[in-house]
Design a protein around this ligand. Structure first.
Ligand code: CO
Length: 153
């Protein structure tokens, strides 16, 4: 019993000292638009390192259907971006062009068409402050134009 209490106290002290497990959750919101001309409204998105969750809203401001001009918002490390964008095409339309169960995908919204919007909430637990991240649309061919830098920290 004494040993167990000591253990719990030790962990509590370590958590406070490390500061890597925030005592309070903080949800930070982001919004971005996609257009019929295959563009995102931002080339860079940033959230502070004390955000424990990100709530991102993607809005398709165009008129074209998802089958022709679908947009989603996918987050990977910049190192994984190229391979994941290829895997997304291989995953196909039925999977919303997101490879299923792929740990390299940090976050991904559903694919939407003109006039639609979608909101995604994801934890920042997998992100490293100051890390190199890229967001993109994984619809075939779109990530050439539809990509940007994601900053955490
Ligand atoms: Co797109």
């Amino acid at each position: 019993m004494i040993v167990r209490n000591l253990g719990v106290r030790l962990v509590a002290v370590m958590v406070l000292a490390a500061g890597s497990f925030p005592a309070f959750s903080k949800t930070c919101t982001l919004s971005i638009d996609g257009t019929d001309t295959m563009q995102f409204s931002a080339k860079e998105l940033s959230v502070a390192a004390d955000c424990t969750e990100v709530q991102l809203t993607l809005k398709h401001t165009g008129k074209l259907p998802a089958a022709a001009m679908g947009h989603n918002w996918v987050l990977t490390t910049t190192a994984d971006f190229g391979d994941v964008s290829k895997a997304a095409i291989a995953a196909g339309a039925a999977k919303g062009y997101v490879p299923e169960g792929d740990a390299r995908v940090i976050a991904a919204t559903k694919m939407i068409g003109g006039g639609e919007s979608t909101t995604l909430t994801f934890s920042t637990a997998k992100l490293k402050a100051g890390g190199d991240y890229t967001f993109f649309c994984s619809f075939p061919g779109h990530s050439v134009l539809m990509k940007g830098k994601f900053n955490f920290g």
